[in-house]
Design a binder for this molecule. Structure first.
Ligand code: AMP
Length: 279
């Protein structure tokens, strides 16, 4: 595995990747969720590139940019063992200049749910993803696939839309959410949780499973399902939102089987956690 830190080096190392490239962008502190994306990229492409970059532009003022876990040594070992070909760990100055153009998230879908609680977050996400995809696509391989987790469902939907809206030559692949045995969706931010908060964090998946149970019993009114989720979550967490959207992130009044995503965002202590389930 080759590790590179500058855009120029990456462009030079992708020069001979003529066939298919699987690209997995991350912010590091890698866990089994990230590894599942890398494995899938490995299965479906002849070369795999992973990026680790804690992207400053997607953190708002007062958020956890400084505290975000950074563990480049163990991360690079994980990538090496997973068979990654090139690991890209750029510096901020390599990725950003002064007075730059940035991508704007769509005014509606980019500013609801996480885009409302974290206004501007998706501008930063889309900008960095656009940059990364353009770098990897520099030599125009036969096929570029980029892998994103359904864990960040709104992010996945917006990136899929950006690629479509901007006629970009890349296939966006959505990957299943990886959970631990207790149902907790893996996240780098779980590292912030105390043992007690870990127990509270379990309520997110518990509420989603309760929703599925009700829906399977034929309860399709989102208000009713939402109320029973709220009951579970309010025990010990502060709810940011409970939402029912279709695959394009339009709000639903009734659950449509095969076309619904149920999302939750909660504060557990001072940590904001998100989770969702695709119905
Ligand atoms: P992050 O490092 O948190 O920016 O995540 C990098 C990629 O990994 C994103 O596409 C996430 O959606 C994905 N990801 C994070 N956690 C999980 C998980 N538990 N299961 C599947 N994918 C995940």
């Amino acid at each position: 595995m080759i590790i590179v830190h500058s855009v120029e080096e990456l462009i030079s190392h992708t020069q001979n990747m003529r066939d298919s490239i699987g690209f997995v962008p991350t912010m590091g502190a890698l866990h089994e969720g990230h590894i599942s994306l890398i494995k899938r990229a490995k299965e479906e492409n002849s070369k795999v590139v992973v990026s680790i970059f804690v992207n400053p532009t997607q953190f708002l003022e007062g958020e956890d940019f400084d505290a975000y876990p950074r563990q480049s040594l163990s991360d690079s070992e994980i990538c090496r063992l997973a068979g990654v070909d090139v690991l890209f760990m750029p510096t901020s100055t390599s990725m950003y200049g002064e007075d730059e153009i940035s991508i704007f998230a769509p005014p509606i879908r980019g500013f609801i749910l996480d885009g409302s609680s974290r206004a501007g977050h998706f501008n930063g996400v889309l900008t960095v993803v656009m940059k990364l995809l353009n770098i990897i696509n520099f030599h125009k391989p036969q096929k570029l696939r980029a892998y994103f987790g359904k864990k960040d469902a709104q992010q996945l939907a917006l990136i899929t839309q950006m690629v479509k809206d901007y006629f970009m030559s890349v296939e966006i692949v959505g990957c299943e959410i990886v959970r631990d045995k207790s149902g907790l969706a893996l996240s780098s931010r779980n590292a912030y949780l105390t043992t007690q908060e870990m127990q509270k964090a379990l309520l997110l998946s518990k509420s989603l499973y309760e929703a599925v149970k009700l829906i399977m019993q034929g309860v399709l009114e989102t208000k009713i399902v939402s109320a029973s989720m709220e009951k579970i979550l309010l025990e010990t967490t502060k709810i940011d939102y409970i939402a029912f959207v279709d695959r394009e992130f339009k709000q639903l009044q009734r659950v449509e089987i095969g076309n619904t995503i149920i999302l939750v965002a909660c504060m557990v202590g001072s940590t904001r956690l998100i989770d969702n389930i695709w119905i």
